[in-house]
Design a protein around this ligand. Structure first.
Ligand code: CA
Length: 230
């Protein structure tokens, strides 16, 4: 599991890194000292969770959160310095999943991380990553492999990433912009044809039919939705 820590204070970064490594060996911690770097890393590294400090040089944590939410639904825990109710509410309203007030110890932090992942139904990240199944389709997240009726499909990394984002948001329409930002990167946000072409390829590999979809439904003018089978 990959955690992105956005914090400008080296002592806090070090404390969290040490604490997490002692308790939780399978975690990889990336750090960013400012908002711009944080946005780059969310996009490039696709962390499983973001710990986001509010007090940052330049763009503050709220601004960073707003930008993250424009293209990603990665779980975010805000680190707040003051125990102020208003700060917490502002963070939650902007789309944070939880907050923790400094100073905290790493057991407290771990408990928060576990609680957020559990609530988002992603407990697999803390132990094993489960597979997703729908009809004949199985997506094995840990091996990053996709099977149709038990036969492994040969997907390109981009095709896999696209399917992964659709499946992880099953039942919810993913707009062209969201898919472009998540799969290709934010600078591709207007390249709607990329998504169309890749969806066509994905459908053909999944044996899916755009008119009678079993997996991926076109939401005309909006994007695509991985449908929940009846
Ligand atoms: Ca700070």
């Amino acid at each position: 599991m990959k955690i992105l820590l956005v914090e400008d204070a080296p002592d806090v970064i070090e404390a969290i890194q040490l604490g997490m490594m002692l308790r939780f060996r399978e975690v990889e911690i990336l750090s960013a000292g400012n908002g711009e770097r944080a946005l780059e890393l969310v996009e490039l590294e696709l962390p499983d969770l973001v710990l986001l400090d509010i007090g940052l040089p330049g763009m503050d944590g709220y601004g960073v959160l707003r930008e993250i939410r424009a293209f990603s639904d990665v779980p975010v825990i805000m680190l707040t310095a003051q125990d102020s109710t208003m700060n917490k509410i502002k963070g939650l309203e902007l789309g944070a999943d939880d907050y923790i007030t400094k100073p905290f110890d790493h057991l407290e932090l771990l408990a928060r991380i576990r609680a957020v992942l559990r609530r988002l139904d992603m407990p697999g990240l803390m132990s094993r990553t489960p597979s997703f199944r729908s009809g004949e389709l199985t997506v094995d997240f840990s091996a990053q492999e996709v099977f149709l009726s038990g036969v492994r499909l040969n997907l390109t990394p981009t095709e896999y990433k696209l399917l992964y984002h659709l499946v992880r948001n099953v039942g919810q329409t993913q707009t062209y912009g969201t898919l472009l930002a998540r799969v290709w990167g934010r600078e591709y946000i207007n390249e709607v044809d990329y998504v169309r072409v890749y969806i066509r390829r994905l459908r053909s590999k999944l044996g899916d039919d755009s008119e009678q979809p079993r997996y991926i439904r076109t939401e005309r003018g909006l994007g695509y939705r991985f449908i929940i089978p009846k």
